[in-house]
Design a protein around this ligand. Structure first.
Ligand code: PLP
Length: 406
């Protein structure tokens, strides 16, 4: 069927390009962990804009930052300095191992920038080397280059020809990386925790070996922290969990707390763009970077990351309990980015069942048929986590009994 007919809204849906199957509801209000649709139905939201709403739906800090900045200056042009972007860049460099920041509007754009920066660095310092080793099942975005860098099954045949120069290694297999290094290699790029692949963390041992390998061969190490950055892992950035410093890092999703904002960060020695190499009309505009400042200040507040680690441990504990109860293989993740491994490939049915629960629905995501993913706001409470577990138990029970009846 092309386009869902949402019956009770004045606005038909068929004017939008039909790029994904959307449920028959229009979302009209959000508050904290709750999302309300056009029928007034409430949903407990453990998707949060796809790990985007760091402080939940419509937090007062963001509403205030937008309103204040909108009355002062919305955009002067990326060719002029503006206050919020300078403030946010200063905060990011002060609280990370990086020296320079380039702001952009989406994760894919930040990764495009990282790829360009690595190629520029290779041209200047590695005799024109442009190869970037990336990973099977990795996800880096939907532009042509970031699709080529991704290792998503099926994508290798889409939108041919691919952008060349992205050999694929296997996560947590250091020999698979070493085998791909040649004179054309400039960098290795990966997600510390593969998100779209189903929340698959790199091991600490693999990361340390990978760091050593890149130092030995003089390669750049690029971390895509679009999903893991900004506190989601329980650390401000996941690289801190691994105890290795990448040369380049990208941020997206949570950095804007719900508004389009992303960033490319690099160490001084690697920040080799010349004037004209990189830019973009909306990049670093004060309206969005003012929101970024508000979000980062909240995440940097004393106790915030302790809270994420504590609620992340609670979510992990409750998911493990549910796994034991239903005979499922278990759970995994870092901080408040977690996945539950299912015994059967019923992910999509469980997501649907959970959304339709009465009287309130539960929003979760199944990145793979055997897996459910949880990416609540970083301000989620233990009471909300317990409520989520109750709702999920209901959905799992319903799907189980349907399976028995069939
Ligand atoms: C979401 C995501 C991206 C792409 O970000 P967009 O803002 O959708 O372009 C890239 N890398 C990772 C790890 C992501 O999770």
């Amino acid at each position: 069927m092309k386009g869902h007919a949402v019956s009770t809204t004045l606005h038909p849906t068929q004017s939008l390009m039909d790029i994904t199957a959307r449920p028959d509801a229009v979302f009209v209000r959000g508050e904290g962990s709750w999302l309300t649709d056009h029928r007034g139905r409430r949903h407990l939201d453990f998707v949060q804009g796809w790990a985007v709403n760091t402080l939940g739906h419509c937090p007062p800090q963001i509403a205030r930052a937008l309103a204040d900045q909108a009355t002062k200056l919305i955009t002067p042009s990326p060719a002029f300095y503006n206050e919020p972007s300078l403030q946010l860049a200063g905060l990011l460099t002060r609280h990370s191992c990086f020296d320079r920041v380039f702001f952009c509007n989406s994760g894919g754009e930040a990764n495009e920038g990282a790829i360009k920066l690595a190629r520029k660095w290779g041209a200047l310092h590695k005799d024109g080397a442009y190869g970037i080793i990336t990973f099977d099942d990795g996800f880096h975005g939907r532009t042509l280059a970031t699709m080529s860098a991704s290792g998503k099954a099926g994508w290798d045949k889409l939108f041919e020809p691919k952008v060349p120069g992205f050999a694929k290694a296997t996560l947590n297999d250091i020999a698979s990386v070493e085998a791909l290094i040649d004179s054309n290699t400039a960098a290795v790029m990966l997600e510390p925790v593969q998100g779209e692949a189903g929340v698959v963390p790199a091991t600490i041992e693999f990361m340390r070996d990978l760091y050593a390998l890149t130092r030995k061969h003089g390669l750049l190490l690029i971390f895509d922290e679009i999903q893991t950055g900004m506190g989601r892992s329980g650390h401000l950035f996941a690289y801190q969990h691994y105890g290795v410093e990448p040369d380049i890092m990208t941020l997206g999703k949570g950095i804007g707390g719900g508004v389009p904002l992303a960033a490319l960060l690099a160490k001084e020695a690697v920040s080799c763009f010349a004037h004209g190499d990189q830019g973009g009309t909306f990049n670093g505009n004060p309206l969005m970077t003012a929101v970024g400042v508000a979000v980062l200040q909240a995440v940097l507040a004393p106790g915030f990351l302790d809270y994420v680690r504590d609620t992340g441990a609670h979510l992990s504990h409750r998911l493990s309990g549910l796994a034991a109860e239903f005979g499922m293989p278990g759970e995994r993740g870092l901080g408040l980015l977690r996945a539950l491994k299912l015994a059967t490939p019923d992910g999509a049915r469980i997501v649907e069942e959970a959304r339709l629960l009465q009287p309130v629905g539960l929003l979760i995501n199944a990145p793979r048929p055997h897996l459910l993913r949880f990416m609540p706001s970083l301000t989620v409470t233990k009471v909300e986590i317990d409520r989520m577990i109750e709702l999920l138990r209901e959905a799992l029970t319903a799907v189980q009994s349907q399976a028995r009846a069939a």
